[in-house]
Design a protein around this ligand. Structure first.
Ligand SMILES: *Cc1c(COP(=O)(O)O)cnc(C)c1O
Length: 359
């Protein structure tokens, strides 16, 4: 893929940038550039370019606005002590984007081109990658959408793929706080044959009402159960779940098409194994969770994803009851989190070959 570069004529000044990077928050500020490329059946992917970050002009009949044919990814670039800038497992994100493309009837962007698109934007916006202090990073958001102008139900014949970037502060600015979870018994995230394993905006759209319910009841995030029996734990709206047992073994719900295959989740399977834990991917019922915490068989619960890495789960509540969780960060949760973050920030040896050097 040939990528042209037309630098922004009005990049943010050093002073403005320093002010943003001092307190980036999450998803609030966007860098000076963006990557884009277009696809049509005749031309394939073409016109790949890095240009100044700017609003898109969208026809009101653009297909994605009506039929939600859209997918996205999320990953981070880290500045290491040696001055290099590295991304975490970008090929895994590229492979997942490809799987999502299949489900949403979108064209496949080759993984090499996906990685090249990320590299090109990170290079153009290198000065936006924060210093490693305080777990800051540059969050990258690749996305692909149906950009054909038409009304009608069929896959779009004009597709746009873009990457934008946003500096991210530590997810837990005031120290790690356990998330408080609300069990949704009204809504599900996905069903058999549905889109649960695809990273698509539609899954988020359908989770918002459940998330809103959780927040109204005083909780942070919602837990979804399987759609068929309403019995097995799936995941949160945007994070996977893990359970630590009193014998040191670790369980995460198996992905069988209804759960998003998190790259953090997959990395923890390997990392926890190396740290000496037995890791099982299997179904876990909501009763096993409730009874396990009550009996002391389950000693820690944590959620994971790119944005927060690992976050301890505090209380789990539902209509009519609750079980406790950790007050702070559990021993195993903390150990795995530290090991992962140390690899990402280049403070520990990357024995898995997960890091990809951009600069
Ligand atoms: C992105 C996402 C995750 C976490 O995936 P990571 O690759 O670890 O960031 C989990 N659940 C859902 C629904 C997601 O969209």
């Amino acid at each position: 893929m040939e990528i042209s570069f037309n630098p922004s004529a009005s990049p943010r000044s050093d002073e403005e940038l320093a002010a943003v990077l001092a307190n980036p928050g999450f998803g609030q500020h966007f860098t000076d550039h963006m990557f884009s490329t277009l696809w049509t059946p005749e031309a394939g992917w073409h016109d790949a370019k890095v240009t100044a970050y700017a609003p898109l002009s969208i026809d009101p009949a653009t297909a994605v606005l009506h039929y939600a044919q859209e997918i996205f990814e999320g990953l981070k670039a880290y500045r290491h002590e040696d001055g290099s800038i590295q991304t975490f497992r970008p090929e895994a994100n590229g492979a997942r984007l490809e799987r999502s493309s299949h489900r949403l009837a979108l064209p496949v962007l080759p993984v090499d081109d996906f990685v090249a698109s990320i590299d090109a934007l990170v290079k153009a916006d290198e000065r936006w990658v924060p210093d490693a202090a305080g777990e800051k990073s540059l969050y990258l958001r690749p996305f692909m959408f149906a950009s054909e102008v038409f009304l009608g139900v069929r896959p779009s014949k004009h597709v746009t793929y873009m990457v934008i970037a946003s500096p991210a502060g530590a997810y837990f600015a005031g120290g790690i706080k356990p998330v408080r979870l609300w069990l949704s018994e009204t809504y599900t995230r996905s069903g058999r044959g549905g889109m649960g394993a695809a990273k698509t905006g539609g899954n988020y759209a359908s989770s918002l009402i459940a998330q809103q319910e959780a927040i109204e009841k005083g909780f942070d995030q919602v837990v979804f159960l399987d759609a068929e029996e309403g019995k097995y734990v799936e995941e949160l709206g945007g994070m996977n779940l893990y359970f630590v047992y009193d014998d040191g073994s670790i369980v995460t719900p198996e992905t069988s098409g209804t759960i998003l295959e998190g790259i953090t989740r997959a990395s923890i399977i390997e990392l926890a194994g190396k740290l000496g834990h037995k890791v099982d991917e299997r179904r876990i019922s909501i009763d096993e969770w409730r009874e396990g915490v009550e009996s002391g068989r389950i000693v820690e619960v944590f959620a994971c994803g790119t944005a927060a890495v690992l976050t301890p789960v505090g209380v789990l509540a539902w209509n009519g009851g609750e079980v406790g969780g950790s007050e702070g960060v559990g021993e195993v949760t903390g150990k795995i989190r530290q090991a992962l973050v140390d690899i990402q920030f280049g403070r520990a040896e990357d024995t898995f070959g997960w890091m990809h050097r951009v600069l």
